[in-house]
Ligand binder design. Structure first.
Ligand SMILES: Nc1ncnc2c1ncn2[C@@H]1O[C@H](COP(=O)(O)OP(=O)(O)OP(=O)(O)O)[C@@H](O)[C@H]1O
Ligand SMILES: [Mg+2]
Length: 267
């Protein structure tokens, strides 16, 4: 588990999942190694969230295998996955907007002082830890007492990433962390993903956007209507090829054709 061998932290082999009659995922494979970023790309309904719910222990796959550190994993719940160091940051982030940054950081795992009836939340330690943790990841939050609701979307994502890293995530699963953000803020979040990667965390980065995925990704899995269009290492695919695969190249050409003017515009 020290990363000296080449065993992936996470691996799914040929996994599938159906809901009633809907095939959400069919025969999909992905490997995530320490210090690498695996991107999962696909349009709406492609099966991205279903895949991460399998990785994070929300759903058991109907078919195929899920391996953690090379051994079959049988997670009954997200808590089981978290205990193995697999942390998921969902898009809604599960933070409380009116609570401070440091309170949100420690939500559910507060450091305590004293014992028995004298037990209390060690506020000074919490503040200091959050300040140090954010600073060590280069995250510039002026005031850890400010309510999370006053942070920008990118800052909130960054705090959530720092929190997962602080609590010992070996694998960080991020569901569309950049999709609601402008260019600059998306860049900020991509930098923190790189920081987590450089600390040896294996990252699963879900996105619609090949321009966000390409610069940071080591591997790219493209999903389309529940099936894999391929899993590529970076040297096996160019940004243009990834974009065209993701957009469904031919479908996009058809759309361009439909949208083009049939005649010269009037006037
Ligand atoms: N719990 C469920 N019950 C029934 N159908 C589901 C369930 N979860 C997902 N599906 C279906 O599976 C397919 C894949 O959905 P999924 O949420 O994985 O897509 P996605 O790639 O995350 O899409 P988006 O980009 O819109 O978030 C969809 O057709 C969806 O309706
Ligand atoms: Mg989704």
């Amino acid at each position: 588990m020290t990363g000296t061998d080449d065993t992936p932290l996470l691996e799914v082999r040929g996994v599938g999942k159906t809901f009633g009659g809907v095939i959400a995922l069919r025969d999909v494979s992905l490997r995530v190694r320490a210090g690498q970023v695996g991107c999962v790309l696909g349009d709406n309904g492609a099966g991205k969230s279903t895949l991460i719910k399998i990785l994070s222990g929300v759903h058991a796959p109907d078919t195929g295998a899920y391996l953690v550190d090379g051994a079959p994993a049988d997670f009954g719940s997200p808590r089981d996955a978290l205990e193995r160091g697999i942390a998921t940051v969902y898009q809604d982030l599960a933070m409380i907007p009116l609570m401070s940054v440091w309170r949100n950081f420690f939500l559910g795992s507060e450091p305590v002082l004293g014992r028995g009836p004298l037990r209390r939340f060690d506020v000074a330690l919490a503040r200091r830890t959050v300040r140090e943790e954010l600073r060590s990841m280069g995250i510039d939050i002026r005031d850890v007492d400010q309510p999370v609701g006053t942070l920008s979307g990118g800052e909130r994502q960054s705090v959530a990433i720092a929190r997962a890293v602080h609590f010992g995530a070996r694998v960080l699963i991020l569901d569309e962390p950049t999709s609601a953000l402008g260019v600059k803020q998306a860049g900020v979040v991509l930098r923190y993903i790189a920081q987590a990667r450089d600390r040896g965390v294996g990252v699963v980065f879900i996105t619609h956007n090949p321009h966000h995925a390409y610069p940071i990704g080591d591997r790219f899995l493209v999903l389309n209507r529940g099936t894999s269009l391929g899993e590529y290492a970076k040297d096996e695919i160019t940004r243009e090829e990834l974009t065209s695969l993701m957009a469904g190249g031919a479908e996009l050409e058809q759309l361009a054709h439909e949208l083009s003017r049939s005649e010269d515009p009037p006037g």
